[in-house]
Design a protein around this ligand. Structure first.
Ligand SMILES: Cc1cc2nc3c(=O)[nH]c(=O)nc-3n(C[C@H](O)[C@H](O)[C@H](O)COP(=O)(O)O)c2cc1C
Length: 204
């Protein structure tokens, strides 16, 4: 087992440190965040920091990088108060990944990648996504230790292929072909391995 200390991490070349640090949480979901700017121009960017923040009301958090450069997703969410999360599947993986390129202000990633916009009220969805949701911004917490921010959204609308939804509330993620990721370049397919009963303390 190799030990990697804080000093080792600090000494890494920047891109190596990004790759290493973003692998630490393991495999994570990856969604395209759909937004629009004040002129109604749409924007898409992959985010893999989406986390469940409780069910009543259903809240999701995601972390955005420091706003030391233009961050279209962040500024659009602040300005419009709404955004969408569109899960990726194999059929749109390359296009989804391409949305992480730094396109200039005035260029929509939909147009740049050929993905299709589906608008519904304040929401800009990806038509090709099989599992997507619309959220309303409810909080934004600065993480002072490194300048990132936690964006917190309340789920307003969920759209999912009907066959994937069970009566018990679970969603057949492998059936939807859902993709997850680690670091910023490695993607995984989902395979269900086990479904275990609610754990209770065992008699000793
Ligand atoms: C797989 C993957 C996951 C990413 N996850 C995040 C993330 O959680 N937070 C973030 O700020 N950027 C993340 N990025 C980087 C953004 O997608 C990238 O900075 C993008 O250019 C932002 O575009 P925008 O300026 O239109 O918001 C990720 C990129 C990839 C490829």
């Amino acid at each position: 087992m190799k030990s990697i200390t804080l000093d080792d991490i600090q000494a890494m070349e920047k891109l190596v440190r990004v790759q290493f640090a973003s692998s630490l949480p393991g495999v994570k979901p990856v969604c395209l965040v759909g937004t629009e700017n004040e002129d109604g121009l749409s924007n898409l960017a992959p985010f893999s920091s989406v986390v469940h923040l409780g069910s009543n009301p259903a809240l999701l958090g995601m972390v955005t990088r420091p706003d030391t450069v233009e961050r279209h997703t962040l500024s659009n969410i602040i300005q419009s108060g709404h955004y969408t999360l569109n899960h990726l599947h194999r059929g749109i993986l390359e296009q989804g990944h391409q949305c992480s390129a730094r396109y200039p202000h005035g260029v929509s990633e939909f147009e740049a990648t050929g993905l299709t916009e589906a608008r519904e009220g304040p929401f800009v969805f990806v038509a090709e996504s099989r599992f997507r949701m619309g959220l309303k911004l409810v909080d934004r917490l600065p993480i002072e230790a490194n300048g990132t921010q936690l964006i917190i959204g309340a789920v307003q609308l969920v759209q999912v292929a009907e066959a994937a939804l069970s009566e018990n509330g679970s969603i057949d993620l492998p059936g939807l072909g859902l993709i997850s990721s680690t670091a910023l370049d490695t993607y995984f397919e989902s395979v269900e391995m086990a479904r275990l009963p609610y754990a209770k303390p065992k008699e000793m």
